[in-house]
Design a protein around this ligand. Structure first.
Ligand SMILES: NC(=O)c1ccc[n+]([C@@H]2O[C@H](COP(=O)([O-])OP(=O)(O)OC[C@H]3O[C@@H](n4cnc5c(N)ncnc54)[C@H](OP(=O)(O)O)[C@@H]3O)[C@@H](O)[C@H]2O)c1
Length: 250
């Protein structure tokens, strides 16, 4: 991890759950973490908690579903920190809805955050990494739902489709970056059930019950996977990590 000391990471959705845990771990390794999310108070709390660590946590308020907000964030990072070396595409939502009578706005909101926002942030990060010819790393927080449909489809609607899209985008990007002869890596990390605020934020009673039926993963388990993939040497690419609670059957 020494080669990342003093480098800059943008973590989207750093205000809670997996994104907060990843940010904490990266700061402990001496990385400057730009924590991007809508809830500034949460980000500022994290900034205080991490003030004595090796690296630094910098709150940056923004909305991943709004293109201009993402572009502004990258401009701000360029002016203040030269650019981004690591991008963790972690912001993600689900909505209590279904495919047979759900609301179009809910489905669009899921795709705007989980897919389009991820693509815009990825494009801007690649520009920043290519301009400075760095060994950059893009890490997509995917899901087991990016590889299979969950056992219960209640409340599930377009969420798995959005994560299947992340699987496809990760592989398409890997080949594009290779074709362009860049030094940028892209990795997908696909967790099963993790104890975070996602069910509550999406008002999903069904997910809350699924979460309670097993000993879920902790956000720190996913942060460990991020550290593992970053700690590989520049010539080695971890493409995909799937991590599930031992007790989660499907
Ligand atoms: N928990 C699980 O069981 C699980 C399993 C597999 C995959 N995942 C994936 O893990 C990632 C993190 O989720 P989590 O479980 O940690 O959930 P969480 O605790 O609800 O965190 C979601 C994060 O996304 C951010 N976010 C939501 N909408 C946003 C927007 N419009 N703009 C910017 N940020 C936004 C939230 O920040 P603000 O609300 O402050 O903007 C929050 O920081 C997601 O991609 C999720 O799909 C989770």
């Amino acid at each position: 991890m020494d080669r990342w000391t003093g480098k800059v990471a943008l973590v989207t959705g750093a205000s809670s759950g997996i994104g907060a845990a990843i940010s904490i771990e990266l700061v402990k390794y001496g990385i400057v973490v730009i924590g991007f999310a809508r809830r500034l108070d949460r980000l500022q709390k994290l900034e205080k908690e991490l003030s004595n660590e090796k690296g630094k946590f910098v709150p940056l308020q923004g909305d991943i579903s709004k293109e201009q907000s993402i572009i502004n964030a990258f401009k701000w990072i360029q002016v203040n920190y030269s650019g981004v070396d690591i991008l963790v595409n972690n912001s993600g939502i689900l909505r209590n809805s279904n495919l047979t009578d759900g609301k179009t706005d809910d489905w669009k909101a899921i795709f705007d955050v989980n897919v389009i926002g991820l693509c815009i942030a990825t494009r801007e990060a690649c520009k920043s990494m290519k301009e400075r010819d760095v060994n950059g790393h893009i890490i997509n927080i995917n899901s087991l739902s990016g590889h299979r449909i969950p056992a219960s489809v209640e409340d599930t609607n377009v969420y798995p489709a959005s994560k299947y899209a992340v699987t496809a985008i990760t592989e398409t990007l890997r080949r594009e970056l290779l074709h362009q002869k860049t030094k940028i890596k892209v990795t997908s990390i696909s967790p099963g059930l993790v104890k975070t605020e996602i069910a509550e934020a999406g008002n999903s009673q069904a997910l809350t019950e699924r979460m309670a039926s097993v000993r879920p993963l902790d956000p720190e388990d996913i942060a460990s996977a991020v550290i593992f993939t970053l700690s590989t040497p520049p010539h080695a690419l971890v493409e995909e990590i799937r991590i599930r609670p031992l007790e989660q059957p499907i």
